[in-house]
Design a protein around this ligand. Structure first.
Ligand code: DUC
Ligand code: ZN
Ligand code: ZN
Length: 469
């Protein structure tokens, strides 16, 4: 068989487990997997791992903050370039509706931005903040039927949140049209109550942000969400889970048969509220919601990763720009209430998960592939085109050096954040070569992908078999 590219002699992480062999690529697809393959263009992967390209299924790109007013630092070009250097070949950001917007126009707007600039493939979650009659009857069903098979709902934040009634209505549409519902689960009243107390005590610096979002806010919202899913049987994924209590609630709901899936993020595995115990604006760079917790929580979350509670580890990449003195651009000395929430993580996600998971012996290579790519492909309807090394799938691959030690630093990141909250953390394992639809787009420090080559991925159906719930 005539091949365009052969990646030779790597440890290939297949769905059934790793196997030392070659991967042959033709016309952007994985044409064959076997021994002794040859082509004019060959990459020697001996001593290396060949993994499915990562899918970062939770990132905010060219989006206004959930508090309003400030745009995220990255555009589709810088975000997808950074994602590629981090071993990813697809991203799923949000098409973010603001109240009053037509969701269809919002999706078209984001699609135009990404089609002009993205270096790797993409699709969107439909972020519904204003589920009017017209949206529920026409726009949402049409968009799902077109292939946008994930609907995002917020249970908190004044500009974004929907009521329980509205959640149930959206869940019914998702159920009837084969979409997944993904939810930011925090109780807004609890956050407001805790915030008012902190403000009354004069505790307004950014380092008080974690205290304004107590674990009970997440626990209550996840409990409520599990109740709602027993009224409307639709698959639901709880985004960025950060507390052991909520994780146990989800485990119980699953045991009762709820089709509930779970995501966590590297910031909850590597950082704690102690990282924020600094005065002044620097602590703002660690403000995310749900907030950073403590080291006991980290251990519980790692256990959830090891025992298959979590299906996906995503970045929730959502950084904002700070000036050279560490001050938030647009607001020199913000209180925690004014800090737009979110951290960078597109590029660090996979090395952090690999290092803390695989290199530390907590998870297998297969499990790493599931958490970083395969499960996202299944949950968002992209499987088996994406997320798996199999004949006929897109040749979206990352070649990893499992022993390479790297110190994470802002200067080696390719996003527009200008900082990394993981500064100084040493990881073991790094993606050295990234291949998108058969083309080598990252090779060491070099990058070869023009903006606009990324393709929109529309999904015919969800593909939930094989994901844990
Ligand atoms: N929290 C969110 O809900 N979205 C973006 C980033 C964050 O911290
Ligand atoms: Zn969120
Ligand atoms: Zn988010």
């Amino acid at each position: 068989m005539e091949l365009d590219l052969v990646i030779r002699d790597g440890e290939v992480v297949l769905p059934e487990g790793p196997r030392r062999c070659d991967v042959g690529v033709r016309d952007g697809l994985i044409a064959t997997i076997g021994q002794g393959l040859g082509a004019d263009h060959e990459i020697d992967a001996s001593g290396r791992l060949i993994l499915p390209g990562g899918i970062d299924s939770h990132c905010h790109i060219e989006q206004e903050s959930s508090l309003g007013g400030v745009m995220t630092a990255d555009d589709f070009a810088s975000a997808t370039r950074s994602a590629a250097f981090g071993g990813n070949t697809a991203v799923i950001p949000f098409a973010c509706q603001r109240k009053g917007d037509s969701l269809t126009e919002v999706v078209e707007g984001y699609r135009a931005l990404a089609e002009a600039k993205a270096h790797i493939d993409f699709t969107f979650h439909l972020m519904v903040t204003d589920p009017t009659e017209a949206l529920l009857r026409r726009e949402l069903p049409d968009l799902i039927d077109q292939g946008y098979r994930s609907v995002k709902l917020y249970m908190a934040y004044e500009l974004m949140r929907v009521s329980d009634l509205q959640m149930l209505q959206v869940m019914e549409v998702a159920r009837d049209h084969d979409a997944l519902v993904v939810v930011h689960a925090e109780n807004w009243d609890v956050i407001q109550w805790a915030t008012a107390r902190l403000v009354a005590e004069g505790h307004t610096e950014p380092r008080f942000h974690p205290s304004s979002h107590p674990p009970e806010a997440e626990l209550d919202a996840v409990q409520r969400l599990t109740c709602l899913t027993s009224l409307v049987d639709v698959p639901v994924l709880v985004l960025h889970m950060s507390t052991p209590g909520a994780v146990e609630e989800l485990r119980r709901a699953r045991a009762r048969g709820a089709r509930m899936y779970a995501e966590t993020c590297p910031q909850y595995l590597y950082l704690t509220a102690r990282n924020m115990e600094i005065s002044g604006p620097e602590a703002a760079k660690f403000c995310c919601s749900p907030p950073l917790r403590d080291s006991a929580t980290q251990e519980a979350l790692w256990r959830g990763i090891g025992d298959r509670l979590f299906d996906v580890v995503s970045s929730d990449h959502c950084p904002y720009s700070y000036d050279e003195r560490g001050k938030l651009v647009n607001s020199a000395n913000p209180t925690f209430k004014q800090v737009p929430n979110g951290l960078p993580g597109l590029e660090a996600r996979l090395p952090l998960l690999f290092s803390g998971g695989v290199s530390s012996g907590r998870i297998s290579l297969q499990r790493f592939a599931e958490l970083s790519a395969t499960n996202a492909a299944r949950l968002y309807g992209l499987y088996p085109r994406k997320g798996v090394i199999a004949e006929g799938s897109d040749a979206d691959l990352a070649i990893w050096d499992p022993g390479q030690q790297v110190r994470l630093e802002a200067s080696r990141m390719h996003d527009a954040a200008g900082y990394t909250p993981y500064e100084g953390i040493e990881v073991t394992g790094w993606p050295t070569t990234v291949i998108s639809r058969g083309r080598v787009i990252v090779d060491g420090d070099s990058f070869d992908a023009e903006p606009g080559r990324g393709e929109l991925l529309l999904a015919e159906a969800l593909s939930l078999d094989g994901v844990a719930a």
